[in-house]
Design a protein around this ligand. Structure first.
Ligand code: GTP
Length: 456
């Protein structure tokens, strides 16, 4: 299914290679395929809608390049948007500053709660001494299952006394037991249901109140599909989840629920279960999950290729401008966007044929807020204004200030900064053919430290 998405993309875009910009029609065609593929991967339709719109905004007007295909470009945009939704940085499990750390494991029956409880205990036993506690008293076999798994993994276990029917009492008593065994961590394995029910929720709420857990982790079977969103929503509403563990990722589920759960609840996915054995637990990796959802390996490699191709083409354009001794506000905007994309300006300059330019800027520190405002100001100008800044007089400045949500003063500053950069670029242009070292042109220092520049 996803291979065919790739093929469909190639077909749509094959005639476009190396020509102009992506048209609205091309993008619509591609987005229709993206939408279909994400829905097939069990991504919730509301999430699909948001992703598609984000992709549209980024893809519109993109230049079609010689060295990469439009389909590769769109693929990388889809990839980056999916990662954004799932959270780029891993979310580690929280350890309570005052022991014991308590994790309450919740989820539907069969989601993998019991197995995951032991998996986490095993993982944490490297720096801690965890105790697993059987609080699922509805299914007698569940207590035994946890005891056996814990024993195999060499993890201390606490269960109900004969005749005990109150899981909250078991959870409460486990604290004293943990203390007596010098355990600094308690993992509560709670009961699940085939469907959500109020009685179960009451029981879990009471357990939360009695144990003040450090984390409440929802265990979600990645094969659940769309239903995962409703389940996560209800658990989060009633208990306030702190994390999600996605299980059974070793199966052939596409992983759509991870997107949907994160997007609908905002709760981070912390861990991923990838097998039946107690060591089969990994830190959740949004990048790998995005590759899985797209159905394409080595997206990182592709991303790198697209990023460098985009920069190369921008750099070519800018070098051309410099050769012609013309530096417009469009070039300045491109530079700003380059800086955002590539990181430090030195990297951009490294690509320009100017000896020593990057060295001179090595320690430049960028002010992101200032850059954003500058970008907003330039984006509020018309193309004509960007190419001919000298026409931007009083009333235009007022309009631009309003459009960008800044002030006339800010517009003035951007224009002054542009003039400064233009002067500097002229110097660069003259130097670009020459040999030897590069001295920072006059005005550049001001840009780096002064109030007007992007630099702090
Ligand atoms: N392949 C695979 N199987 C898993 C994974 N996690 C759990 N399982 C299996 O899923 C089944 C259900 O797991 P349990 O841990 O018993 O699930 P539970 O949520 O505790 O179920 P109840 O106790 O009935 O509420 C078992 O056969 C586990 O071996 C996983 O990451 N991959």
């Amino acid at each position: 299914m996803f291979d065919s998405l790739k093929e469909r993309f190639e077909n749509i875009f094959s005639s476009l290679r190396g020509k102009g910009k992506l048209s609205e029609e091309d993008i619509n065609l591609a987005l229709r395929e993206v939408r279909r593929a994400l829905l097939e991967a069990d991504v919730n339709y509301k999430v699909v809608k948001d992703v598609v719109e984000a992709i549209r905004a980024r893809a519109t007007g993109q230049q079609v390049l010689e060295s990469i295909t439009p389909s590769q470009l769109i693929f990388t945009i889809v990839y980056e948007e999916l990662i954004k939704i799932m959270g780029e940085a891993p979310a580690p499990l929280v350890i309570s500053p005052k022991p014991p750390t308590v994790y309450m494991m919740v989820g539907l029956q069969g989601s993998g709660k019991t197995t995951t409880t032991v998996k986490i205990a095993r993982r944490m036993s490297k720096g801690h001494k965890p105790l697993v506690v059987a609080c699922d008293l509805r299914r007698p076999a569940a207590v035994e299952q946890l005891r056996v798994l814990a024993e195999k993994a060499n993890i201390p276990f606490f269960g109900p006394e004969a005749g005990e029917t109150d899981p909250v009492a078991v959870a409460r008593k486990s604290r004293a037991y943990a203390e007596s065994r010098l355990c600094d961590m308690i993992l509560l394995d709670t009961a699940g249901r085939l469907q959500m029910d109020d009685e179960l929720m009451h029981e879990l709420e009471a357990m939360k109140a009695a144990t003040a857990p450090t984390e409440i982790l929802l265990v979600v079977d990645s094969m659940t599909g769309q239903e995962a969103v409703n389940v996560a929503g209800t658990f989060h509403e009633r208990l306030g989840l702190t994390g999600v563990v996605l299980t059974k990722l070793d199966g052939d589920a596409r992983g759509g629920p991870s997107l949907a759960v994160r997007a609908s609840t905002g709760v981070p996915i912390k861990l991923a279960g990838c097998g039946e054995k107690t060591e089969d637990l990994e830190v959740f990796d949004a990048r790998r999950m995005a590759q899985r959802i797209i159905g394409m390996g080595d997206m990182e490699g592709l991303l790198e290729k697209v990023q460098s191709a985009t920069s190369e083409s921008d750099i070519e354009r800018m070098t051309e401008s410099l050769k012609k001794n013309r530096f417009t506000l469009e070039d300045m905007l491109m530079q700003l966007q380059q800086i955002k994309k590539l990181g430090p300006l030195e990297k951009v300059l490294e690509m320009l044929p100017i000896p020593g330019a990057s060295k001179a800027l090595k320690n430049a520190d960028l002010d992101p807020k200032r850059m954003k405002q500058t970008e907003a100001v330039i984006l509020s100008m018309t193309t004509k204004e960007r190419r001919n800044p000298e026409i931007i007089k009083g009333s235009r400045r007022k309009r631009i200030a309003q459009g960008s949500g800044t002030s006339v003063q800010m517009v003035n500053q951007v224009l002054a900064q542009y003039e400064q950069m233009k002067g500097m670029m002229k110097t660069f242009g003259k130097m670009s053919g020459g040999k030897g070292g590069f001295k920072m042109p006059p005005g550049m220092g001001g840009m780096m430290k002064g109030k007007r520049g992007f630099f702090r």
